[in-house]
Design a protein around this ligand. Structure first.
Ligand code: GAR
Length: 191
């Protein structure tokens, strides 16, 4: 059985979409894969409750308890590796990863980013798209490399930017699409 470990920092709606797809699309029998654990760097990440309700193992490692980024990443790596992961999925995991961490999971580390990469890597993507006058925005699923929000693009979804959009309304429109493309991209990767 292939083990998927999902890392979150907040509401975990992308994680929930993947867990639901795994259930509804019978990934266990069709793809020989399961979500083995959901881990967070924040104890108050709402998504942890959803994962627990689904009977999925959860864990929290508070990055503030570690003296350095390297120390946190090393501990997170140890925690992830307890579940013998075949695939590590970043789903709103708001931490910059060290090159050592990324190298350890080379080829089996995916992320979703709320912009049409290579446009707008980093933070505040929706406001930046609005400020730039973009007519379209979207989200990208990509392989993770040491460079932030780079790496081979596996899937994208496009939404219009509407005249009255705020960062919040645009984010909500993009997020709806994220919930479609991320489970699909993960299933394709597994297949
Ligand atoms: C999503 O929009 C995701 O694309 C974004 O955070 C949100 C998490 O929502 N990720 C990043 O900005 C990564 N740099 P979720 O916790 O409900 O899945």
């Amino acid at each position: 059985m292939k083990n998927i470990v999902i890392l979150i920092s907040g509401s975990g709606s992308n994680m929930a979409a993947i867990v639901r797809a795994a259930e509804q699309e019978h990934w266990a029998t069709r793809l020989n894969a399961r979500v083995a654990a959901v881990l967070s760097n924040r104890a108050d990440a709402k998504g942890l409750l959803f994962a627990q309700e689904q009977g999925i193992a959860t864990g929290v490692l508070d990055h503030k308890a570690f003296a350095s980024r390297d120390a946190f990443d090393a501990a997170m790596r140890q925690e992830i590796d307890r579940f013998s992961p075949d695939l590590v999925v970043l789903a709103g995991f708001m931490r910059i990863l060290t090159p050592g961490f990324v190298a350890h999971y080379a080829g089996k580390l995916l992320n979703i980013h709320p912009s049409l990469l290579p446009a707008f890597p980093g933070l505040h993507t929706h406001q930046r798209a609005i400020d730039a006058g973009c007519r379209f925005a979207g989200a990208t699923v990509h392989q993770v490399t040491a460079e932030l929000d780079h790496g081979e693009i596996l899937a994208q979804a496009v939404v219009p930017v509407l005249p009255d959009d705020t960062a919040e309304t645009l984010a909500a429109r993009v997020l709806t699409q994220e919930h479609l493309i991320y489970p699909r991209a993960v299933a394709q990767w597994l297949a």
